[in-house]
Design a protein around this ligand. Structure first.
Ligand code: ADP
Ligand code: ASP
Ligand code: MG
Length: 401
């Protein structure tokens, strides 16, 4: 008997027919004598609809209450799936984040799991029940509901798999695996049989929505092999695991992130300590910074440009403007009409020339690059948003050759 964790995304649960299909997937494992914990997301775009409801009433919803509202979708799916399973004659129980023991920090909207007390899940499994857990949510030490960040149900599933030393952690979604690029953007994207944790972590962090980046981080830390597969078709998906060096390909995939903003602080004084002042202010309000570019000083002033996640653009500008006298600058400019396109591959570290191929592809497609950032296994470029899909295709083509 094995313990299987199965996670189902929103599109796989969108209506009654899909819920029944998911129930059959769960039952298929249970009928083979396995224990099953199913982790569910909200149905379809329900989470987006809940956020839209909040924004109809207030531009910047209070984070605690937004989590309260946003987490509601998962509870509906979990209850509905448990009912469906019971109706099929199986013992099943739906549990919320707090009932399942998810204790998080208090960073509403992007909380991190501090502890997972699996007593209740284990008790239900020992009774022979199929356990359905709401993904994406937990509680903090004040018993307030928190959420783990958009797409966070993947992380809930991996956390359970790690805590219970599950034999398998399957992530069912609306594509049948991880591809070399988003198959919705690149028609000839190739499905990967396997991908390393590091490569998948880069792809997920750089915008490949198929897995929540923190789920990959956690899977790597606790050595949980993941399988990403279709909730509709019954065929093998992509395995995310530690891949031996020999298998490392030059380029593993291309990701696009539209959820980015670029902020420029123009005319800062060219003296020591400015970067420290700017980025410590942003760190204080929990804003993550990605690419940073500082221009060469001229007439005793310079510009500092950086990127953040789009939802952090307004608050970042506000805190910088509030501290204008402390930092000393002429003005702040922001641009939310940009995309970050990234190429990822562990083979890059030992192969020169990848960057020049990327730049060549973009040049031939007539795409202007605003900012560049590189690491051992990735190259990211910042470009105009309307060029995003064209850029992904152009880069994909050149590496396919
Ligand atoms: P779920 O609701 O199941 O969590 P998501 O919408 O979060 O599903 O993630 C699946 C989507 O991720 C796919 O529909 C696909 O468009 C997108 N995606 C982006 N990059 C990739 C990639 N490299 N491989 C597969 N899918 C990708
Ligand atoms: N329902 C949540 C979201 O839309 C969590 C998830 O899908 O994983 O972000
Ligand atoms: Mg998802």
């Amino acid at each position: 008997m094995a313990l299987i964790i199965q996670k189902f995304g929103g599109s796989s649960l969108a209506d009654a027919e899909k819920l029944r299909r998911v129930a059959k997937r769960v039952v298929a494992q249970k009928s083979q004598g396995n224990d099953v914990v199913a982790v569910v997301s909200a149905q379809g775009d329900f989470t987006d609809e809940l956020i839209a409801k909040a924004k109809e009433l207030t531009d910047i919803p209070p984070k605690r209450e937004l989590d309260f509202v946003m987490s509601a979708g998962e509870q509906i799916s979990a209850g509905l799936l448990a009912m469906t399973l019971k109706n099929m004659g199986f013992g099943a129980v739906a549990l919320t984040g707090w009932q399942s023991g998810f204790l998080t920090d208090s960073n509403h909207g992007r909380a991190r799991i501090r502890r997972l007390d699996t007593d209740r899940i284990e008790l239900e499994l020992s009774k022979g029940n199929i356990v359905i857990v709401t993904g994406f949510q937990g509680i903090n030490r004040y018993d307030d509901i928190t959420t783990l960040g958009r797409g966070g149900s993947d992380t809930s599933a991996v956390a359970i798999a790690a805590a219970l030393h599950a034999d398998k952690c399957q992530i069912f979604t609306d594509v049948d695996g991880v591809y070399t690029a988003d198959p919705r953007i690149v028609m000839n994207a190739q499905k990967l049989k396997a991908i390393s944790y590091d490569e998948m972590l880069e792809l997920a962090t750089l915008g490949a929505q198929v897995l929540h980046n923190r789920s990959v981080e956690m899977a790597k830390k606790y050595n949980v092999p993941l399988e990403v597969l279709s909730s509709i078709e019954c065929q093998p998906g992509t395995i995310v695991k530690e891949v031996a060096k020999l298998e490392k390909m030059l380029i593993k995939g291309i990701a696009k992130d539209d959820n980015v903003a670029r902020i420029s602080i123009v005319g800062v004084q060219d003296v020591p300590g400015i970067a420290f002042k700017v980025f410590s202010l942003l760190a204080k309000i929990n804003v993550n910074i990605d690419i940073i570019l500082q221009s060469i000083g001229r007439d005793n002033t310079k510009d500092i440009t950086f990127t953040t996640a789009l939802p952090d653009m307004r608050t970042s500008m506000d805190i910088l403007n509030e501290n204008k006298d402390l930092i000393g600058f002429t003005r702040i400019a922001a641009d939310d009409n940009i995309s970050k396109v990234s190429v990822v591959g562990a083979g890059m570290e030992s192969n020169p020339g990848v960057a020049s191929k990327v730049f060549e592809a973009l040049f031939e497609a007539g795409i202007n690059i605003h900012m560049i950032s590189t690491s051992e296994i990735k190259i990211s470029v910042l470009i105009d948003k309307e060029m995003g899909s064209k850029a992904v295709n152009a880069i994909h083509d050149i590496f396919e050759e």
